[in-house]
Every structure is written in structure tokens, then in C-alpha cells.
Write a protein that binds this ligand. Structure first.
Ligand SMILES: [Zn+2]
Length: 296
């Protein structure tokens, strides 16, 4: 009985926190999904998704009337210059892992599903030594050749920094490498403008936001920003993280004004809060990962 009381109290605190601080996103603004690894291999962290489950989620969302829009339409829509439609969705991928190459060309492009992929520019073609793996296997990032082939086929690319560092901890020079140089590296490789930025670990502060805007980006994505969801901040855009525990049903709970919307939101904020421990653990124990050096 006491246990049930504790659960009810926790749920009540979560609900009130959501109701007072976050609330629903505004009607008529497209939402964004954020995936990380698409892998059929088990991963230590919860941000991966098997290829089969992922494709099933995309198909079920399409069947439910969702329309996947590209970066251009999304950025236009958040400026209020496009017709309102609640069922527009932007599909984004952080970290740009190698598995995405086949998934995009063989499955997403034939389904006419556009994607926006955020590259860790110094790790292109390399393994993810920036990440904690709990001593398990590493994952490879897309190479420039793969990125160019995907861009030619219609995929869009933005920056996720140069080394996946927590930008809120960096000095001005390092911040410039992570934000401005990663942009020029991507643009010189692809010959197109990198319009959007994605904050590593979703972490930002006012100084980081200003640096991103000054570097010439038009928008920046977090996951679950600190401000109220009703405010659309172009340099702290909200995305719904999708994790291995998610199903097509829970993804729709994240997107629609269902009775459990608030629970999904607070659940994902909690998962994202755990991911933020990665840079903290790396600071305490730097030998757990290695940096290739900036701008390579
Ligand atoms: Zn990332």
C-alpha cells in the first residue's frame, strides 16, 4: 500500500512539473523525431533501434496520416510561413552512423521519406571513440563518400559539432572549432550550405546559442529544451527522442495530445538526463574515450 502511494506521489510530481513548466507544443507547428543508431546488434545504451522496428515505425506513422517533410519545409513552417498542419514530421538522425547509408538508400528514399542527418565532422569515417560503450564494441560513422552519395540522393546534412563535446564547457576558441569549423568542413565537402546544428547531448546555454547563430546557422536542435514547449525557439528546437523501448504507439503518444503525452515527455526527459552523464563521466575518467583532435 505504501509502495502504491509512493508511485502515485511520483506520478503526481511528474505531472505537475510537466503541467507548470513544459505543457504541449503549439498547434500547427511540425514536430521532429530524433533517432541515433539503427543497428541489429545490441547496444549498451538505450538510444539504438533495430532496422526492422524502425521501418515498421515509419510505415505505421505514414499509415496514420503523418507526412515526413524535409529540412526546407520544416524551417519554413517554424517561421510561420507555411500552411498549418499538425501531421508534418521532420525525421532527424544524430551522430551519422554508417548503418544509415543502406537504410536511407534502400528503404527511406524509395518511401519518399526525407531525412536530416547531423554529422560529427572530425569523426567522419571513424569509430565513435567519443562515446562511452561500457567496454563493448564501437560503431563506425558514415564516410565522406557515403555522405556525398546520400546527399546526391536527397538527404540533408547539418553539424553535430566536430568532436561531440559538451559545448557548454568549452572556451571561445574550442567553441569556434566545434561550431564554425564543422560548418565549413561540411560545406566544403558537400558544396551546399549546412543550415542546421544539433547540440551534442542536447546541451546548450545562451553563449552556445549565440555562437551557433553567429556562425551562420539558421536553426539549432536540442532534444527537450528547458523552456516551455509552447515557445518555438529557433536555436533550441524541441525533438522527440525515439529509443529502443518505443513502439509505434508510444511514438504517437509523444506526438499527439493523448492523456499520456505528459508521461512520455517526462520519461524521455529522464532518459535524456541520463545521457548527459556521458560528458561528466568522460571528464572524471578521460581514458574512457579519445579525441582525434579538432578539425581533422
Ligand atoms: Zn550525438
Amino acid at each position: 500500500m505504501a509502495f502504491a502511494g509512493i508511485i502515485v506521489a511520483i506520478l503526481l510530481v511528474l505531472y505537475l512539473t510537466w503541467r507548470i513548466r513544459f505543457r504541449y507544443p503549439p498547434i500547427g507547428t511540425p514536430q521532429a523525431l530524433c533517432y541515433h543508431k539503427l543497428s541489429d546488434r545490441f547496444c549498451f545504451e538505450g538510444t539504438w533501434m533495430t532496422r526492422k522496428r524502425f521501418l515498421d515505425q515509419i510505415d505505421q506513422l505514414k499509415n496514420a496520416g503523418y507526412r515526413f517533410v524535409d529540412e526546407d519545409e520544416f524551417l519554413l513552417a517554424i517561421s510561420g510561413r507555411a500552411p498549418t498542419n499538425d501531421k508534418r514530421l521532420l525525421l532527424t538522425f544524430d551522430d551519422a552512423y554508417e548503418e544509415l547509408f543502406n537504410v536511407y538508400l534502400e528503404h527511406l528514399r524509395p518511401r519518399e521519406v526525407p531525412i536530416l542527418v547531423f554529422i560529427v565532422s572530425s569523426y567522419v569515417g571513424r569509430e565513435n571513440t567519443w562515446d562511452l560503450t561500457g567496454g563493448r564494441r564501437r560503431f563506425k560513422h558514415l564516410s565522406w563518400d557515403q555522405i556525398k552519395a546520400m546527399a546526391k540522393a536527397g538527404a540533408r546534412f547539418g553539424s553535430h559539432g566536430a568532436t561531440h563535446a559538451d559545448l557548454t564547457t568549452l572556451d571561445a576558441r574550442s567553441l569556434d572549432v566545434e561550431i564554425a569549423r564543422s560548418k565549413t568542413d561540411i560545406e566544403s565537402a558537400l558544396g551546399v550550405t549546412a543550415r542546421s546544428f544539433s547540440y551534442p547531448f542536447g546541451r546548450y546555454d545562451q553563449r552556445v546559442k549565440t555562437a551557433v547563430e553567429s556562425a551562420g546557422y539558421e536553426a539549432a536542435f536540442s532534444l527537450y529544451p528547458k523552456h516551455c514547449n509552447e515557445i518555438v525557439d529557433r536555436f533550441a528546437l524541441r525533438r522527440n527522442g525515439v529509443y529502443i523501448i518505443d513502439t509505434p504507439r508510444t511514438i504517437r503518444w509523444k506526438l499527439e495530445r493523448s492523456p499520456v503525452y505528459w508521461f512520455e515527455e517526462m520519461k524521455c526527459r529522464t532518459i535524456n538526463g541520463i545521457a548527459v552523464l556521458t560528458p561528466v563521466i568522460k571528464r572524471v575518467s578521460p581514458g574512457r574515450g579519445s579525441s582525434p583532435g579538432p578539425g581533422t
